[in-house]
Design a protein around this ligand. Sequence first.
Ligand SMILES: O=P(O)(O)OC[C@H]1O[C@H](O[C@H]2O[C@H](CO)[C@@H](O)[C@H](O)[C@H]2O)[C@H](O)[C@@H](O)[C@@H]1O
Length: 242
Amino acid sequence: MKRPPAIDPRTHALFLDFDGTLVDLVDDPDDVALAAGRVARLQEMSERLSGALAIVSGRRIADLDRFLAPLAFAAAGVHGLERRRRPDGETEFLLQPEALDPVRDALAPTLEANQRLRLEDKGTALVLHYRTAPDLAAAAKSAMRHAVEGRDDLVVMDGDSIVEVHPAGMDKGRALADFLSAPPFEGRVPVYLGDDTTDEFALKTVSEQGGVAIKVGSKESVAEYRLADVADVHHWLDVCGI
Ligand SMILES: O=P(O)(O)OC[C@H]1O[C@H](O[C@H]2O[C@H](CO)[C@@H](O)[C@H](O)[C@H]2O)[C@H](O)[C@@H](O)[C@@H]1O
């Protein structure tokens, strides 16, 4: 396992995935928590990086704000379909939720028949959760794929005990590239930390740009560097040089 190098607050930009990277995975998506001291440390790092720190998540930005209150950060939400370049800026919504109404309707019978599956409705994305019902993984994936049949405008992605659908054309790699195209991120070397398959888009973008791609956990990855788990992430953030 190759440990990441030290980070220079004058020249790097830091991008952090949320679930599985900053917070441990739990059964109920509403039950994640980050200690107040850890949130304060993120704020300190954001200031030392002159604002070049962003959370890049599959979550909605409103949900990230709830978990990171009372502070707020630059963020890409729903894999980049929501954007906020500065902590005090407006959130831009790249698409509206109506595009998914037929998928909501198509998933309803599966949810009725399999009540241990949970639907998370993020507006511009829908997630079927099966962490507490792993025997229903195949049913969830199959229902999602059937629900989007004939819809070239939508993309289905498998995550950690979830299957998710959202409009095509956006992923965490593109979200990261967009951050790097303007201040306060422009001209900086990207550092990205993420654990899931959806983070691979960003880790690939970072690797191609000569940045520091850091995989959290032991899953296969394009990343050059590794951290073991969420606790290791927080330890590294404390000693990384920022
Ligand atoms: O991009 P991320 O910040 O890693 O968000 C990815 C998804 O995270 C959440 O689901 C995951 O965490 C849940 C809570 O620990 C867990 O129950 C679930 O199994 C994980 O896949 C979130 O609920 C999703 O909307 C995000 O897309």
